[in-house]
Design a protein around this ligand. Structure first.
Ligand code: FMN
Length: 343
């Protein structure tokens, strides 16, 4: 069997039924590698990378990932069609499985560069960007948006946006089910204050059954996921699987009817050790990895001691694997029967 076939057998193909949302400073390589120990099926996204950074910056550093992270999508931020096309070609060259355009992020810095949610006011610009990306790659090109922005928040505006971008060839829309208020709310408030309107996303699927519609925003449990998946094509979760990564261990059995790849939290961490060791050897600080593991024992006896041990010791000069092993020893080993989704 050649390497390609072995790879196909080991790596499930891309499926958007369940994904972890792109999150700046969070869905970096250590988190993604860790998430992959907990679920083989979850589609993972990078944090957003702007087209300017990719084209003019240290491209290999921005696109660095390991084979173990697939299926993996690259999220781009940008609005210049030519630049988006070039970056989509880079996504394919570097082996990503999907390239996604961010039309949902409301930060000021991002608005000034015409990136993110402000582009919901310029559907034609998004359509041109999508077309340019598709012209340069065979990868699926997807769009992550809101249901609207201030001033463009009617159902008609949303349908016009979806139809314009779909006409350019995009068939997958990931929709954060709240508007973004570009005037007056911080990015953090914009993730909590505008009310969630799941009904709008369900109505989009009803109106455009030929499109793949993925719901994002405020989902915390696999039971909620199952309920949305009765009518929608996929769900994307952000904060919950970052703060409580063990949720991911339920994804393969509950949402895909497959065996979980991991039977205990300790096992998940032990599987990380060789990779962490190789990262330390390349000069990465332990704390830059362990900060993404903090939520693993969320709600478990000893979980606080685990976090405290890492907070106090992982930043010390020369901190190595022993720090993590000692932190793990603060927590009683999971019983395999503790696999159900945490409350
Ligand atoms: C710390 C943080 C960083 C984020 N960065 C991005 C980003 O780079 N690109 C993006 O499309 N959305 C970003 N988001 C938004 C999430 O992808 C997601 O849409 C949002 O958190 C709602 O989902 P949730 O309620 O499941 O967390 C970010 C969210 C958080 C909390």
């Amino acid at each position: 069997m050649n390497q390609h076939n072995t790879w196909d057998r080991l790596q499930p193909t891309l499926n958007r039924r369940f994904s972890v949302a792109p999150m700046m400073d969070c869905t970096m390589q250590p988190y993604r590698y860790f998430a992959r120990q907990l679920s083989r099926r979850t589609l993972l996204y990078t944090e957003m990378v702007t087209t300017g950074a990719l084209i003019h910056g240290d491209t290999p550093r921005f696109l660095r990932h390991s084979a173990a992270e697939h299926p993996l999508a690259l999220q781009l931020g940008g609005s210049d069609a030519d630049e988006l096309g070039r970056c989509a070609a880079l996504a394919e060259e570097y082996g990503f499985d999907e390239v996604n355009l961010n039309v949902g992020c409301p930060s000021d810095r991002v608005q000034n560069n015409r990136i993110g949610a402000c582009l919901m006011g310029e559907p034609e610009t998004v359509a041109r960007g999508v077309a340019a990306m598709q012209a340069r790659t065979e990868l699926p090109v997807t769009v992550k948006s809101r249901i609207g922005i201030d001033g463009r928040e009617s159902w008609e505006d949303l349908c016009h946006f979806i139809e314009t971008v779909a006409a350019a060839g995009c068939r997958t829309f990931i929709i954060h089910a709240r508007i973004a208020i570009l005037e007056g709310l911080s990015p953090k408030q914009n993730r909590n204050v505008p009310p969630l309107q799941y009904g709008w996303v369900h109505a989009l699927k009803e109106r455009y059954p030929e499109l793949e519609i993925i719901l994002n925003g405020g989902i915390k449990t696999l039971a909620e996921c199952q309920s949305h998946l009765e009518t929608l094509d996929g769900v994307m979760l952000g904060r919950e699987p970052y703060q409580n990564p063990w949720l991911l261990s339920g994804v393969d059995p509950v949402l895909f009817g497959e065996e979980t790849p991991v039977t205990s939290r300790h096992e998940a961490l032990r599987r990380m050790l060789p990779w962490i060791e190789s990262e330390l050897e390349r000069g990465v600080f332990l704390s830059h990895i362990t900060r993404h593991l903090m939520g693993l024992f969320h709600g478990c006896p000893g979980g606080r001691r685990f976090r405290r041990h890492l907070t106090e010791n992982a930043t010390r000069p020369g901190a190595d694997l022993r720090v993590l092993e000692d932190a793990m020893a603060q927590v009683p080993e999971d019983h395999p029967a503790l696999l159900e989704e945490p409350a």
